[in-house]
Design a protein around this ligand. Sequence first.
Ligand code: ANZ
Ligand code: ZN
Length: 794
Amino acid sequence: MHGYNHKDIEKKWQDKWSADKLYETPDHVEGKENEFVLVEFPYPSGDLHVGHWYAFAVSDMYARFKQAEGKNVMFPIGFDAFGLPAENAAIKHGVNPKVWTEKNMETMHEQFLLMGAMFDPSRKIATCDPEYYKWTQYIFTKFYENNLAYQTTAMVQWCPSCKTTLANEQVVAGACERCGTDIEQKEMTQWMFRIKQYAEPLLNEFDDLDWPEPVKDAQRAWIGKSEGAEISFDLIDDSGEKVSDLPVFTTRPDTLYGVTYTVLAPEHGLLQVIKDAIQNKQDVEDYQKETDRKTERERLEQKEKTGVRLEGISAIHPITQEKIPVFIADYVLAGYGTGAVMAVPAHDERDGEFAENFDLPVVEVLSEGDTLVNSCEHNGLSLDEAKKVLTEKSSGKMTNTYRLRDWGVSRQRYWGCPIPIIHCEECGPVAVPQKDLPVVLPDIEDYLPSSEGRSPLSKATEWVNTVCPNCEKSAKRETDTLDTFVDSSWYFLRYTDPKNSETFADPEKIKQWMPVDFYSGGAEHTTMHLLYSRFFMKAMNDCGLVDMREPFKHRLNRGLIIGTDGNKMSKSKGNVINPDGIVERLGADTVRLYLAFIGPYNEPGNYPWDPNGVVGVRRFLERVWRLHEGLQDSNGEGTEKALHHMVKKVTEDAERLKFNTAISAMMTFVTHAEKKGVSQASYTTFLRLLSIFAPHISEELFARLGNEMSIHTVDWPRADKNLLIENTVVIGVQINGKRRAEHEFSLDASQEDVENIVRNNIPELQKHLENLEIAKIIYVSGKIVNIVGKNLDI
Ligand code: ANZ
Ligand code: ZN
């Protein structure tokens, strides 16, 4: 017999599984429940790193476990294939982004095969495939028809390095999520999705989902609900004539008597309406230009509060009818609330700083005890009462405001899904009808994005010029492409029916598979992909496209594998582990087992890659191998019991994704079996457990024991309860304080178990109990039993 050589077995079994179509999942199997196990699909960067292995190979163990337990498991893989890096590579190396992407997908596909995962080969998708993005476009047109997509001209987040606009979620601490460059504001015409309209459903509809609370909390914080009131101030000109209303959003209507001025965001639309009454127009314009140059972050963080008073305009306090000044100031943001505030310098820090700079009156309206003062007949009211009363009195209304803003989906980049809109001078923007989809991304020579924000597609004149689907006059295509997060907001639906050419997925198949049972992904997607996908399901539901509103039942945010130096692995730090080399040297099974062993998969954390640990795991597999060369006719002392303990532990741990402790249980068993001996039957049971972690070696050893079927189709073993009695103690049993017997109890025994045993199973006690009327049985766990009762003899 040969020793363990992974090179002889891994490729062999991968080919066999593939030839046998072992992992092709039917949509329905009689008597089995479907289980959809999903890992966020990768970007085709071209090289598979340890992070991919951690994501897919370890999730594969869960998928295999569910399958072993009798579920019909779908475990698909595809590529999130549009996006900036392909284009950047194209620009740098002069290759077509499509060619670059396809080549990378091929390489990565080969690398993924090395994992020995149960990926369903019949369900591969790539978002850059016209057969896929046809449906991305279709969904866009449905959103447009249902007024969930709209075009607007507004200040948006612009990355000067990527030369494209970004959604709010893609700006992290004031910088581009992709490249880290500081974001600028730019006025542009953009396509938006009305995600803001879904703020409440996004907050309310995930209570029952099995998601980590911190993930839910992060989404709640991102949506940022504020409860308050909208109160309107009249704006008048110098002659006392009303020129407009000024609605403000406040969380503190109770402080209304402390309002000493009002502020509009410098880019507030109302300024256009009242401009004739403004006497210092030049100052206003200069200040607006200054504001444009600042990032939102700068505006929020600057200590020094600046602004310009609008000469010729005053606001009327809605209760006191007093005239108060009106300012524009950049500490007020256009995109939040109504873009205007009632300023209460005594109780709002920002207003206080501003008032100090501009020498404005400060009126305290709250006493130490948080009741109203300086508020006329309302003095003495509590905050809560005051909120209600003063909102009513000022004819305001209770309302909510959200941080969440609509999702800007236009990207001025080439390698993305073309937005399926035709601009017609007569008809305006017209959605491309379904029969003309997909709008295929044309091949062009020059992918370079432009600093002016013109999409590279605008240079594809032939493609751009078309006719209006409505009136057939000549018209032009939209030249922006969609944010790649749009592509990934519905890809899980496509997995349920990847080849459908009639629709994005057959409703019947969606019903069979969705919602996703288990979704593993990175923490960075909490307020991007996870939020967008939830929005998509709700919006698609409202458009009548799906009949569900939440896509993912159970979410797992994975931990990170970090380099030996304790830093996050990155090329620039030179601490990246290349899994290919280790797989070549030690085998995929070793790498899989090591990654599962490194820490609890259900607890996000940083797990350092330890080269010694990898070697240790490899040695374990070598011991497993040697064990099969010395199998015995029957189990040695305690082996049967050890086996069942292991079965129980591995089953429970796999369910909870604690693969690390499951593996140590298997190690303990192997140590025992080496010492005491193990039978072929028990060894086979062990192999079945091992097979979800190390699918190749277990398949090989199973075959060597003479089995023809695949180990991956064998039923999952069950622990025999009778063999599970863990530890026992011998303790004394008393009757009315007098010791009458000794007995061996399981440490797990409950009060009820103990009562049963003492009443029925201890022979020496029987004669004493015959004449005893038992009042109670006191069991001090693991220490003593005392039966208390009345002796009927006496
Ligand atoms: C009066 C007031 C008195 C306020 C007071 C606060 C304290 P959150 O909780 O974050 O929702 N505000 C409203 N719209 C704004 C905008 N577009 N830009 C900047 N600030 C804005 O904050 C709500 C409060 O932030 C509102 O309540 C308003 O100031 C201000 F003692 O109104 B408040
Ligand atoms: Zn038209």
